[in-house]
Design a protein around this ligand. Structure first.
Ligand SMILES: [Zn+2]
Length: 313
């Protein structure tokens, strides 16, 4: 069932969080929906502009709609991740999204407000929520790469005005996480002082954490053991940090890197162990199962397991 994330946020605030999963392939979609239905857990399925361009937006939406039919108890929202105006307006016009992100975080404050507000006006007319961003995350997402020097934390003093002026529905913040597999190369982790300050200024307003992958060390080791050359200093967000962040109003946690790492691990191991094979459906099946297992664990960690039956839908 497709549900507005507003219903999720109202219910989960301060208690648990909704995983927002970036999808690129059908194996990920199947694994995610199977896990969502099995765990009775709400989730957000989201796509970046690059994911849309990889095949086509209609292909991704088609897979999501098919999965919804196959797993009718799966309860989810569809979100556009990191859009600009063209992507956001296109998503709104498609009538298939519950929520869009306008990422104008690289612009100065006033410009960010102006660009976000324009998307909010159009989105709200069509019953679509808007996620905006304040502060700049470092790391690599899609074709955008931000070095650590250009990254900056969200200024808590700006959040109140930003939310008031734009009327956005949720706010992505930069509090120490980054995109990609190398989240804490500076070593500092999530800045809870900043997060707490933000929460105090906008109580009960849903906060979004980008770059929420765990970047499991065991996955990196298995990838490298099978011919990969990933930097072993790759580091993600720890489970403790995630559960702590939920208490500060983080309602949505974006996860993309982890499913990419699992993809690399499953396929590298499979072809290393079975060099004579070439059939995509054998490792594909393993990848679906690995995505499902990963999601079941993630729902558990975020406290989302079993929550669908408590939602007011
Ligand atoms: Zn992001």
């Amino acid at each position: 069932m497709i549900v507005s994330p507003k219903i999720f946020y109202t219910h989960c605030y301060g208690k648990y969080a909704i995983p927002a999963i970036n999808i690129f392939t059908l194996e990920q979609v199947i694994g995610l929906f199977r896990a969502g239905q099995k765990a009775n857990a709400p989730f957000i399925v989201q796509m970046t502009p690059v994911a849309r361009n990889y095949t086509h937006q209609d292909m991704l939406l088609g897979m999501i709609k098919a999965a919804s039919k196959i797993y009718p108890k799966a309860t989810f929202a569809i979100h556009l991740d990191h859009g600009n105006e063209a992507h956001a307006f296109d998503a709104i016009a498609s009538n298939s999204f519950n929520s869009v992100m306008i990422d104008a975080s690289h612009d100065p404050f006033e410009k960010n407000v102006e660009r976000t507000r324009a998307v909010v006006i159009k989105a709200h007319k069509n019953n679509v929520l808007v996620e905006a961003e304040l502060g700049v995350l470092s790391g690599v997402e899609d074709d955008l790469s931000i070095d650590e020097k250009s990254a900056r934390y969200t200024q808590p003093s700006e959040v109140e005005q930003f939310v008031k002026k734009t009327q956005c529905d949720s706010l992505a913040v930069a509090v120490g996480t980054s995109h990609g597999a190398y989240k804490f190369s500076g070593g500092q982790g999530i800045q809870f002082q900043i997060l707490q300050d933000i929460q105090h200024r906008i109580p009960y307003f849903p906060i979004v954490l980008h770059g929420g992958s765990a970047v499991n060390e065991a996955e990196i080791k298995r990838i490298n053991k099978n011919g990969g050359r990933l930097n072993s200093s790759a580091l993600g967000v720890s489970s403790d940090e995630i559960t702590e962040a939920i208490k500060y109003g983080v309602c949505k946690i974006n996860i993309a890197t982890d499913l990419r790492l699992i993809w690399a691990r499953v396929h590298r191991e499979f072809f290393n162990d079975n060099p004579e094979l070439f059939d995509p459906i054998i490792p594909g099946k393993s990848y679906m199962e690995a995505c499902e297992t990963f999601m079941l664990e993630k729902f558990e960690l975020l406290g989302a397991t079993g929550k669908v039956s408590q939602l007011k839908i």
